[in-house]
Write a protein that binds this ligand. Structure first.
Ligand SMILES: [Zn+2]
Length: 297
């Protein structure tokens, strides 16, 4: 199954550090800190870990873990993988910057079916709007003085939609409540699968869960074949980290080789290497047995 990810060249960008910052509208956003350096990463190189990290944040939110701890988890996720790329994930096309209007399929964040492109991008630049100069297909960002971002933009130019480039700018920000919704939906879908196969359910309950999974459709990534090296390479065109996680999630959840489970000790999701594995680690197994050693007496 994971071979699907083997010949894949999908990059994303993360900055070396992020923080939570409150905007004039009173909302809290996740954004890169001043002076943080951007770096290209390949998040699907460790697709399983990416999926687990996303699901576990969602489980923590559903389990009502205290807010400061959840925010720490979300910051850690951003420091590992960058922001989710919601700006390009939500519209019908990641090339929406070519048009006056953005069209939005049903989503959890914006109720309008369409918006003026500028008003839409404003949602992701609550602190400072980027300025750019367009010359045919060539776009130049005003990132004067910001050498690391300048260098990054040069490497991106040829291949990536403008909106995707914009989401790699230092000023790009994502509403932390939106991020929480995304993580929660991963956990919800994970739990649906988990309960479907692990709990005795009535036919009605099963139908509800099946229906829940159908909600997990959204927009799908496309792919193309690149002729490189000795053999052709399948290249997935993700325009957001969110879509990359969604696809990795779908593949990992349907992989019979390594079932995803919940640890009996710490309640976190993990991939089991054996069907009857109950704990995410030896450490959790030891803790659990220590806690329960007097249970049978
Ligand atoms: Zn555990």
């Amino acid at each position: 199954m994971m071979d699907l990810f083997k010949n894949i060249s999908t990059f994303w960008v993360r900055f070396s550090d992020y923080h939570i910052r409150t905007a004039d509208n009173g909302k809290q956003y996740l954004t890169a800190v001043d002076g943080a350096t951007p770096e290209m990463i390949y998040p699907l190189d460790n697709a399983k870990q990416l999926v687990l990290d996303a699901v576990n944040i969602g489980l923590a939110i559903m389990g009502k873990k205290p807010r400061p701890l959840i925010e720490q988890d979300i910051l850690k996720f951003a420091r590992n993988y960058g922001l989710l790329g919601l700006m390009t994930a939500l519209p019908t096309t990641p090339r929406f910057m070519d048009y006056h209007y953005v069209y939005l399929p049903k989503n959890d964040f914006i109720r309008a079916e369409s918006m003026e492109t500028e008003a839409y991008t404003d949602l992701f630049f609550p602190f400072k709007k980027p300025t750019y100069r367009k010359d045919g297909d060539y776009v130049e960002w005003d990132v004067e003085g910001d050498v690391p971002v300048q260098a990054l933009m040069l490497t991106c130019h040829a291949y990536t939609p403008i909106a995707m480039q914009m989401s790699f700018l230092r000023e790009y920000a994502e509403d932390i409540e939106w991020q929480k919704k995304v993580f929660k939906s991963f956990a919800f879908n994970f739990l649906s699968v988990f309960f479907y196969y692990n709990d005795p359910l009535t036919e009605d309950e099963k139908e509800t869960l099946r229906w829940g999974m159908r909600m997990f459709e959204g927009s799908s990534p496309t792919c193309h074949i690149a002729l490189e090296g000795d053999s052709p390479v399948l290249v997935w065109d993700f325009h957001s980290l969110l879509h990359a996680i969604q696809m990795a999630f779908a593949f990992t959840l349907t992989d019979p080789q390594s079932p995803i489970k919940i640890c009996d000790n710490c309640d976190k999701a993990f991939f089991a290497s054996q069907q009857d594995q109950k704990f995410c680690s030896d450490r959790c197994g030891r803790h659990y047995r220590a806690k329960h050693k007097n249970d049978d007496k």
